[in-house]
Design a protein around this ligand. Structure first.
Ligand SMILES: Nc1ncnc2c1ncn2[C@@H]1O[C@H](COP(=O)(O)OP(=O)(O)OP(=O)(O)O)[C@@H](O)[C@H]1O
Length: 365
């Protein structure tokens, strides 16, 4: 349905897309992932000519849309786009946002368009908000209206440009649920996303973008479990883990907790696991704090989620002299270490060059 050959895009001196070759077939769901600034959004915007490519060819159902004779408005109608920032018309109600396009561009009657719009609002769970203006809706509701508005134009493919990036974490799942439903119904979609769980569950294929090209593509199992190329591997490992460097005793526990909570939410971990991880980190830091008053205070915490084992692992590394609080009689008070032992399993201590290294798995039950 879409074929891209040798696509390039420069902004002045900056080459964002160097040589992108890709194919999206009918019914496929493609997730586009990769580090920030690698041209994922630019690629999507080039597909429907919101950005004019600098070179290459884009075929939609066999027609080159960069050819001068191409009927661009008609080809564009085949592609709906959902933006990070919703882009709803602020002065129109949710219902009117859905009907304006079909009436003005598809020649539908107001009644026809209104009936279809109500069906779509119902589909995204917002029939009761038909008369509300965008300002009266939450971020998640606005994005669901934006998806319904896109569907009202009867597109053959929907391009999603980071549809959940502007949302509160609590609203991400309601929007992803709608996209999941569309995927089940066979809608062709390309989604630029930072939601790795979503990309893994929903896509048929994943494009990992880096260096101005689609650096690696493959089924989600390959990209997430067994990436073939080094940069893909590094990226996947990085998004799977959270590292926190603590360099003095006045560390900000609230900020650390906030990041741990966000990390656990991103990986959809149960609340009990999250709470255990929070308490484990707090107790570990307290013990290190107590044990290292006279030494340089330096700790690196790494929290990693392993999908294969479905387990959350914590590694704490501290610089300095040998210090193992889990040996008997090291600390005057064993309360902290007892709590840690109760919250974790597979605890291991290693002395690695001049560092103390503790690794453990957060207990599930
Ligand atoms: N209209 C523009 N004019 C100039 N530079 C631009 C323009 N749009 C994008 N860029 C630059 O192109 C590069 C790629 O941007 P793009 O938004 O496509 O990346 P991305 O991979 O989607 O990043 P992110 O994941 O952070 O959204 C960035 O360096 C960006 O600053």
């Amino acid at each position: 349905m879409i074929k891209v050959e040798h696509l390039s895009k420069q902004f002045g001196e900056l080459t964002v897309l160097r040589e992108v070759n890709a194919e999206i077939k009918k019914g496929e769901v493609i997730s586009i992932i990769g580090p920030s600034g690698t041209g994922k959004s630019t690629f999507l915007r080039c597909l429907n000519l919101l950005e004019m490519p600098s070179g290459g060819r884009i075929f939609i159902d066999g027609t080159d849309i960069l050819d001068k004779s191409a009927d661009v408005p008609k080809l564009r109608q085949k592609m709906g786009m959902v933006f990070q920032s919703f882009n709803l018309f602020a002065h129109l109600t949710a219902l009117e946002n859905l009907t304006i396009g079909p009436v003005k561009l598809l020649g539908r009657s107001k009644e026809q368009a209104g009936k279809k719009a109500m069906e779509l609002l119902k589909m995204v769970g917002l029939a009761e908000k038909a008369g509300s203006f965008p300002d009266e809706l939450s971020g998640g509701q606005k994005q669901r209206v934006a998806i319904a508005r896109c569907l009202a134009m009867e597109p053959e493919i929907i391009l999603f440009d980071e549809p959940t990036s502007a949302l509160d974490p609590t609203m991400v799942s309601e929007v992803l649920a709608v996209i999941r439903r569309l995927a089940k119904e066979g809608m062709t979609m390309a989604v630029v996303t930072h939601e790795m769980d979503f990309a893994r569950d929903v896509s048929n294929r994943v494009f990992y973008m880096d260096e101005g090209i689609i650096y690696e593509e493959g089924p989600p199992q390959q990209i997430f479990e067994n990436p073939q190329k080094e940069k893909t591997r590094v990226f996947i490992n990085r998004v799977r883990s959270l590292t926190y460097h603590i360099r003095n005793q006045n560390y900000d526990l609230y900020a650390i907790n906030g990041e741990i909570e966000h990390f656990c939410e991103k990986h959809v971990l149960p609340k009990t696991t999250r709470n255990k991880a929070l308490l484990l980190v707090e107790e570990l830091l307290a013990i290190f704090s107590a044990g290292q008053v006279t030494r340089q205070f330096e700790i690196d915490l790494t929290l990693s989620y392993s999908e294969k084992r479905d387990s959350l692992e914590l590694v704490a590394e501290s610089a300095g002299d040998y210090f193992n609080p889990f040996e008997e009689n090291t600390l005057p008070d064993q309360l902290g270490t007892t709590i840690i032992k109760n919250l974790s399993e597979n605890m291991e201590y290693q002395r690695v060059s001049d560092r103390n290294r503790f690794s453990m798995t957060v207990k599930k039950q």
